[in-house]
Design a protein around this ligand. Sequence first.
Ligand code: GCO
Length: 464
Amino acid sequence: MSMTLIIIVFILVIYAGAIFLLNLNYPLLKWDWEAIDLKKIIFPKNFTWGTATAAHQVEGGCDNNNWSDWENSFDKSGKPRIRENQTSGDACCHWDLYPEDFDRLNELGVNAYRFSLEWSKIEPEENVFDRNVMDHYSGVIQSLIDRNITPVITLHHFTHPIWFDKKGGFENSENRSYFVRFCTKMFNEYSDKVKMWCTINEPGVFAVMGYFTGIFPPGKQDPKLTAHVIKNLLETHVQVYHTLKNLPNGQDSQIGIVKNINQFDPWRRWHLLDWVVSRINDHIFNTIFIDFFEKGQFKINIPGFIQTSHSNSKAVDSLDFFGLNYYSHSYMKFKPSLNEFFEHQFPADEIKTDMEYTIYAEGFYRAIQSVSKINKPIYITENGIADKTDDRRKIYIERYLFALRKAMENGADVKGYFYWSLMDNFEWAEGYDMCFGLYEVDFKTQKRTLRKGAERFKEIVNQR
Ligand code: GCO
């Protein structure tokens, strides 16, 4: 054998070994759905069932936050930021229609509701708090309690006041104190009636979409800044958690963060570069968060690109629950281009949703297992499908709830599930085109209609 041949064989063996180990460590879970009986999905009696919304997406009249400016702006090429130049506008008029919307929660049979407080309405100018708005939210909370629905508050769901944004928002670590002050005030105001609190919704999505892809405000494209914002949001969570826990009612409240898990799987499982891009994405989007709460370590390690490490021992002790949002996974295919190193692919054997992802309930199971490492009770704070034609909602609900139940049977400590969303609403950069609602909304008349596909959800919830 010539020397060249020996080297080639050696490289091939190393390559094959690496691919073998990657496949072994990161298997792609697939179930044979034909062989699974989805008729019997039964949850424990004390399981929490809810639906979720966020202020900017449903209330209407959110015209003083980072999104309202963004919705009226254009990118460098003159393209509107939101699909077809839509704006959130009146949204679902949930600000006024909340009592009838809460009757719908009773109609569904759920016993919890996750919603967010709109900081820009409560504190429209720095340190000026609007009493009428705070009273409005007291009314919202009371109205839920009157219907035997447990209120669950999110303190930051993608939006914040313009004055805070002008100071640099979460780009500046010094700005944390403004958010902590807001959270403290809200907790003092509502914690006698609200016992479950989510600090920050999807810090990863907020940072990646706002500072890496530039699809969300402030529309920057800066990897280092993205990493900095992620770290700052995590540190903010820890500070808010410990501050609130030390306030009256703190000890008997459940406080957690909400994180979206989205797995990144290689498109070609034999292709090293597909593996590289999928592992890097997984690292940035998932692992650094899990490690932060599991080990108190914030560590980004992409050699030659970003390397940062920081520890905070208070992080491991900063969750009463982990709020998991799960929708799907992404297949990554390496792309030999200088601007973008990868592209998304969609396999023929997975059903597409209206969003740029497929139905993949096995991923829900995987996500629950991966966050179980943190060893905290889990709430599924969001899960749902954009399905305008309502021909995939039933299958989505059945498969995902089957996966959830299976994870619980195998030991995962999941306490509750919130469907995203109660009704169709403003889906950020996608505008009103994505219909996630159990209820369809006619945005001209504000009429809500229960979707057929939602019946299965109702059935499973009421099987208690
Ligand atoms: C998010 C948010 C929700 C979305 C939902 C559907 O994930 O972006 O938490 O506001 O509307 O997830 O995409």
